[in-house]
Design a protein around this ligand. Structure first.
Ligand code: TRP
Ligand code: SF4
Length: 344
């Protein structure tokens, strides 16, 4: 049974994440919070790129499935709503693999070797053998993920911008070779750059899973408070009587993102005059974080794992219907209609 594709006049967006485990505040502020806003204005497709996880973790795959559950729960916790958005799993929509294979035929090797993150990741993850076809092909699979839904926009952070640019080039090349009745079937999507505030982790570096400095969306209040206690501060404030500067302090950066203007004013005054101590200041930052996390964790508690899996299954069915529509155009443009008939 194929589901009917619901026609929509709204512009379409698509984005996704690899299932790396429980998501943190950086993921929330840098992506999810923005996706939640887009739901009301756009026709939205948000997915979990579990095949992409294989490009680096092919030698140990046991965490991918449990991580997928955590990520869909975090999507739902953030406020992504299956009644508004199509939430799906890449590996449940086989058309991603079909289109990736087809796009790979016309993608020059040089384009892939020149992707900035290619060499970089190989160096950063030197403990893994990433001299594989699959890892080199990461951007081709990503192009397929995107182009399959013929989206107008791809909301991503700056780190993914180069990938979307390459997707546009891959689409352009495809359209040069193949047209359907004179029409391009893979329109070039635009990057919708997600504004993301500077969000430091507990060690003062950018919050990132690979630094082990994260505050998770699912961290309970005592854990949040404990993590804040160990967070680094302005190094100038060694003693309680030393004056500091919130602009040179990662805790100050958290206040700028999460605290009210009143609290922020107290932080600036108190820090610069040594009128407050860092412990007190961190307590206020924790208060602000807890306030942000409360509704998120409240939503998360409303879903069982089984329901989350169900939501992914239902979304994947809807995604497949949309993907099939694009693929029938792709197969026809490529003069391979027999491929289409073979699957009935
Ligand atoms: N590369 C993205 C990341 O690491 C994940 C991803 C895969 C993606 N396919 C995508 C993002 C398509 C946007 C669109 O986060
Ligand atoms: Fe940082 Fe606050 Fe301490 Fe100032 S008082 S150094 S802003 S933690």
């Amino acid at each position: 049974m194929t589901e009917p594709v619901i026609p929509s006049s709204r512009a379409r967006v698509l984005s996704g994440m690899r299932p790396t485990g429980k998501l943190h505040l950086g993921n929330y502020m840098g992506a999810l919070a923005n996706w939640v806003k887009l739901q009301d204005e756009y026709e939205c497709y948000f997915f979990i790129a579990d095949w992409h996880a294989l490009t680096t973790d092919y030698a140990g795959t046991s965490e991918i499935a449990p991580n997928t559950i955590e990520v869909i729960l975090d999507y739902l916790a953030a406020g992504l709503d299956p009644a508004k958005s199509v939430l799906f799993l890449q590996s449940k929509v086989l058309e991603h693999a079909e289109l990736a294979l087809l796009l790979g035929m016309s993608t020059p090797l040089g384009w892939l070797e020149r992707v900035p993150s290619y060499k970089e990741m190989q160096e950063n993850l030197a403990n893994k053998d990433l001299t594989t076809y699959g890892f080199l092909g990461y951007p081709v699979l990503m192009a397929a993920d995107i182009l399959l839904y013929q989206p107008d926009f791809v909301p991503v952070g700056q780190d993914q911008q180069a990938h979307v640019e390459l997707t546009r080039e891959i689409a352009r090349r495809f359209n040069q070779y193949y047209l359907l009745n004179g029409r391009e079937v893979l329109p070039e999507p635009k990057v919708l750059l997600t504004p993301s505030p500077k969000l430091p982790g507990t060690d003062g570096r950018k919050m990132s899973k690979s630094y082990g400095n994260t505050i998770l969306m699912s961290d309970p209040e005592p854990v949040v408070r404990q993590k804040l206690k160990t967070m680094v501060t302005d190094p100038a404030r060694i003693r309680r009587t030393d004056k500091g500067d919130p602009d040179k302090c990662p805790v100050g950066d958290l206040h700028k993102v999460f605290s009210t203007p009143e609290t922020l004013a107290k932080v600036y005054d108190g820090c610069r005059s040594a009128g407050i101590g860092c412990i007190e200041c961190k307590g206020w930052a924790a208060d602000a974080l807890v306030l942000v996390l409360q509704p998120i964790q409240g939503r998360r508690a409303q879903f069982t794992e089984a329901q989350a899996v169900e939501i992914l299954e239902d979304g994947s069915r809807r995604a497949r219907a949309r993907a099939e529509q694009t693929m029938s155009e792709v197969r026809a443009a490529m003069r391979m209609p027999l491929a289409a008939r073979a699957r009935r």
